[in-house]
Design a protein around this ligand. Structure first.
Ligand SMILES: [Fe+2]
Length: 246
């Protein structure tokens, strides 16, 4: 079905238009079609459901933090995006592509809230429950790449923890692949390694860690290092492997 017929059918105007096609000018039908396309393209951003319960990451990340983080902080980024229609955003592209188009000309409100939405959506999937506190280590190709790039997993863990702990203020710590090599990098605020911004190391995201205070303050207060130390127990290495190999 053509775009025009599809739009008219979806909008309930198909029958009406069929009857009135002799009465409506081509110009008016085109205008209606354009309106429909614009409305259809601007799919609202939505808060993704968590793939586990709010208390599932206990005792490493507490229920209250997870609930507030998801329903208040992440929801706020989603709401702001939906309240701020942008002529520069391609609403039909996925959120990773949208992030990859962020550059210095992008407005702060879009940069911050699109980053906030994308980063958190990814972060939730990179966590998994570990109620029995089992050893939590990467496997497969990602493990091979980590040992190749950082010598041992412990060396990688140490460097990542140090960078995440020392990152000044709010931001994120990432494991990325850049030109075939693994790198640990941090970004301020809600920026991420997909964005074309000065000072940002660009690359494919494999692991993400939120080091904003809202991610840990209720349980850990000012002890970011303790939050990071416990976070290693709930890293979803299967998801990281999927991101690495795709
Ligand atoms: Fe956060």
């Amino acid at each position: 079905m053509s775009d025009r017929r599809s739009f008219l059918k979806k909008s309930g105007l198909f029958g009406l238009t069929a009857l009135a096609s002799n009465l409506l000018s081509e110009e008016k039908i085109n205008a209606l079609q354009t309106l429909g396309k614009e409305a259809g393209d601007k799919t609202p951003f939505a808060l993704p459901a968590l793939p586990y319960a709010y208390d599932a990451l206990e005792p490493f990340i507490d229920k209250q933090t997870m609930e507030i983080h998801h329903t208040k902080h992440h929801q706020a980024y989603v709401n702001k995006l939906n309240e701020t229609p942008s002529t520069n955003l391609d609403y039909s592209s996925n959120d990773a592509v949208k992030c990859s188009r962020v550059d210095k000309s992008t407005s702060a409100v879009i940069r911050n809230n699109l980053g906030g939405h994308y980063n958190h959506s990814l972060f939730w999937t990179l966590l998994k429950p570990n109620p029995e506190s089992k050893a939590n280590l990467p496997a497969g190709k990602l493990n091979e790449a980590i040992t190749k790039n950082f010598k041992t997993f412990e060396d990688f863990k140490k460097e990542f923890s140090e960078k995440a702990t020392k990152h000044f203020g709010s931001g994120w710590c990432w494991l990325i692949e850049q030109n075939g090599k693994l790198k640990i990098t941090t970004t301020p605020n809600q920026d991420n390694p997909l964005m074309k911004l000065e000072g940002i190391e660009k690359g494919k995201i494999i692991v993400a860690l939120d080091v904003w205070e809202h991610a840990y303050y209720l349980k850990y207060q000012n002890k970011r290092a303790d939050y990071i130390s416990n976070w290693w127990n709930v890293v979803n290495w299967e998801k990281a492997e999927e991101l690495f190999t795709k």
